[in-house]
Design a protein around this ligand. Structure first.
Ligand code: AMP
Length: 280
């Protein structure tokens, strides 16, 4: 039977009742669960005795009030999906439970990766992410924790967080789970208009072409081509496209051997902001 806790104390009472050799896998989410989330949970189930999932829409990582207010909440169906997939423990705290001293973020120095891309376009975002994940890690004390490459920069931030805080937690990155037409699954997809939903696979198609191009052309040419492709698109507005080093997340200056690069994109599809990335 799946156990659901909203209170830190009762969750921790349960967790401390386990023997010390029991491994805990943890998957933090903001709910409105889809197949992408479930793929992380499946991965956690394979390598851990107990799987804990948190469902918490973290206010401090939103830079726009409308975005937070409109974030989809589907707790009943989330719990059904979690039960069905065989999750052991769900943590569903309120904001008051997580932020006793008010809704503020700690400031982190993640070595510079926090200022690129999402960090540049969403003010305070990664301080918010760092604050909530650090708190969740302190509460759940997992051995392994699972994050999607859909939010590749976030995954790198979390790896930096556990180093910075000297937490003994293995951070596991999981591949991007997609709709059949290539659109990366996201809780936000449900809010797309019919026309924008139909247009959205263009993001993935463009990334695939950019990857092919990066094989023979230099980064400047690829950047220009992607920018032009979105400029011609009637429904999708490019916020940024960056070809960046996977480790530093800094935009490529010159290709260096033995460095891995990725293309990262953020696009406005009407009111909805979508992100995606591709290994190059
Ligand atoms: P979220 O609920 O959007 O905060 O996401 C919770 C976790 O699920 C994060 O680690 C995300 O990177 C991951 N995730 C979200 N969408 C996908 C996807 N399409 N494929 C893989 N992981 C995902």
């Amino acid at each position: 039977m799946m156990l659901v806790y909203a209170k830190i104390d009762s969750l921790q009472e349960k967790l401390t009742s386990f023997k010390s050799n029991i491994s805990i896998g943890f998957v933090p989410t903001m709910g409105a669960l889809h197949q992408g989330h479930l793929s992380l949970i499946e991965e956690a189930k394979k390598y851990n005795d107990i799987v804990v999932v948190s469902v918490f829409v973290n206010p401090t990582q939103f830079d726009k009030k409308e975005d937070l207010d409109n974030y989809p909440i589907t707790m009943d169906s989330d719990l059904r999906m979690l039960e069905e997939i065989g999750c052991d423990i769900v943590f569903t705290p309120t904001a008051n439970e997580m932020y006793e001293d008010g809704l503020k973020s700690e400031h982190f120095d993640f070595g510079g990766i926090e200022y690129e891309m999402e960090g540049a376009f969403r003010e305070g975002h990664f301080d918010g992410v760092g604050t909530v994940v650090k708190r969740l890690f302190e509460i759940v004390k997992p051995h392994n924790s699972y994050f999607g490459e859909k939010d590749f920069q976030q995954l790198q931030i979390i790896k930096a967080l556990v180093k910075l805080e000297q937490m003994n937690i293995r951070i596991v990155g999981c591949p991007i789970y997609r709709e059949l037409d290539g659109l990366a699954m996201s809780s936000r997809n449900a809010r797309l208009t019919v026309a924008h939903r139909k247009a959205a696979p263009f993001i993935r198609e463009t990334l695939l072409k950019a990857k092919e191009m990066f094989g023979t052309e230099n980064a400047v040419t690829v950047l220009q081509w992607v920018t032009d492709a979105f400029e011609k698109h009637p429904l999708l507005a490019l916020e940024y496209f960056s070809i960046a080093d996977e480790k530093s997340l800094k935009p490529i200056v010159q290709r260096i051997d033995n460095h891995d690069y990725r293309g990262f994109v953020a696009v406005m599809a009407g009111e909805i902001r979508l992100i995606d990335n591709i290994e190059l």
